[in-house]
Design a protein around this ligand. Structure first.
Ligand SMILES: [Zn+2]
Length: 284
C-alpha cells in the first residue's frame, strides 16, 4: 500500500499497549529485509534514515525505494526522518515524500529546542505530517551527534515542551545510549512513568540496540509507543556479508552478499517486532 504517516500508527500503539518498531535502513537490501519481517509478522512498521544516511544516499532515492517497496506490502509502512538536524532538512524530507519527521533540537537550550521544533511542526502539520522531537539527551553517538553525561528528560519540562511545540510524539532520555553498551545500562524507568503521567502523546525510546528484551518490554508497558533500532541492524547486515566472504572469499556478486545480509537483518527485525509486541497489529 501507499506510505502512511506515523500518526495513527503510534496512537493505535498507545491504545493497544504495544510499540511500533522503527528501524534504520542504509540501503535497498535493508529496506527489503525490514519489510519482509514486518510482512511475515503482520506488523505496522517504520523505516527511518538519519541525516548521514540521506547524505550518503539522498532523500529522494530513499523515498523512492521505500515507496516502491511499501506499495507491494500489505502492512502499513511509514518513512521517517530520524534525528532531523535542521528545519531545512525536515522541509526537504516532507517535499520528497517522507511521511514522518523528527527534528532533534535536544543539543540546544530548552528555548531554542522549542523554537526549532515548533517551526517544524508549523511546516509539517498543514501537510498532515507528524513530528517527533527530543528533550533531554540520549547518550552515546548517533550519527554525528555526541551527547554528554546525565541529561535525562525532566517530566515537567516535557509537559511544557509538548504543549508549546505541538509535536505529535516525544523522544525521551531515560539512560539509554546510541550504539552498543559497554556495560549494563541503568534505565530510569520511574522517570519514564513520571513523564507518561503528564504527557499524553506517544513516547519514543532511542538507543534500544543492546537493551535486554525485558527492559524494552518494561518500557513499552510504561508508555513507550515507538522503539528505534539502528546499530544492531548495521551489524547484522555486515555479519551476513562477512560470513559469506569467510567461507567463499572469491564471491564477487553483490547480490550474493546482499542476500546474506538481508537474511540476517530480517531475522533480527522479526525478533525485535515480537519484543515490541507489534506483531499481528495491522488495524484496518
Ligand atoms: Zn536516536
Amino acid at each position: 500500500m501507499a506510505l502512511v504517516t506515523s500518526e495513527k500508527m503510534l496512537l493505535d500503539a498507545r491504545e493497544g499497549g504495544y510499540a511500533v518498531g522503527a528501524f534504520n535502513v542504509e540501503n535497498m537490501e535493508m529496506v527489503k529485509a525490514v519489510l519482509a519481517a514486518a510482512e511475515e509478522l503482520h506488523a505496522p512498521v517504520m523505516l527511518q534514515t538519519t541525516p548521514s544516511t540521506v547524505k550518503y544516499g539522498s532523500l529522494e532515492t530513499f523515498a523512492a525505494i521505500v515507496t516502491a517497496e511499501a506499495k507491494k506490502a500489505s502492512v502499513p509502512v511509514a518513512l521517517h526522518l530520524d534525528h532531523g538536524s535542521s528545519f531545512d532538512l525536515a522541509v526537504r524530507a516532507i517535499k520528497e515524500g517522507y511521511t514522518s519527521i523528527m527534528i532533534d533540537g535536544s543539543h540546544e537550550s530548552f528555548e531554542a529546542n522549542i523554537e526549532v521544533s515548533k517551526k517544524v511542526v508549523e511546516a509539517a502539520r498543514p501537510n498532515g505530517i507528524p513530528v517527533e522531537a527530543e528533550l533531554g539527551k540520549v547518550g552515546g553517538k548517533e550519527d554525528d551527534l555526541e551527547a554528554e553525561a546525565d541529561t535525562n528528560t525532566d517530566p515537567l519540562e516535557a509537559k511544557e515542551f509538548v504543549e508549546r511545540t505541538g509535536i505529535t510524539s516525544l523522544a525521551v532520555a531515560i539512560g539509554t545510549a546510541h550504539g552498543f553498551y559497554s556495560g549494563t545500562p541503568v534505565l530510569d524507568k520511574e522517570r519514564l512513568s513520571e513523564i507518561r503521567k503528564v504527557v499524553s502523546i506517544p513516547l519514543v525510546l532511542h538507543g534500544a540496540s543492546g537493551l535486554s528484551d525485558e527492559d524494552v518490554k518494561d518500557c513499552v508497558k510504561r508508555g513507550i509507543c515507538k522503539v528505534n533500532f539502528a546499530t544492531e541492524l548495521r551489524v547484522a547486515y555486515t555479519d551476513g556479508i562477512k560470513e559469506v566472504l569467510k567461507e567463499k572469499p572469491d564471491t564477487f556478486d553483490p547480490k550474493t552478499l546482499g542476500k546474506a545480509g538481508m537474511e540476517k537483518v530480517k531475522e533480527l527485525v522479526k525478533g525485535r517486532i515480537l519484543v515490541c509486541g507489534s506483531d499481528n497489529k495491522v488495524i484496518k
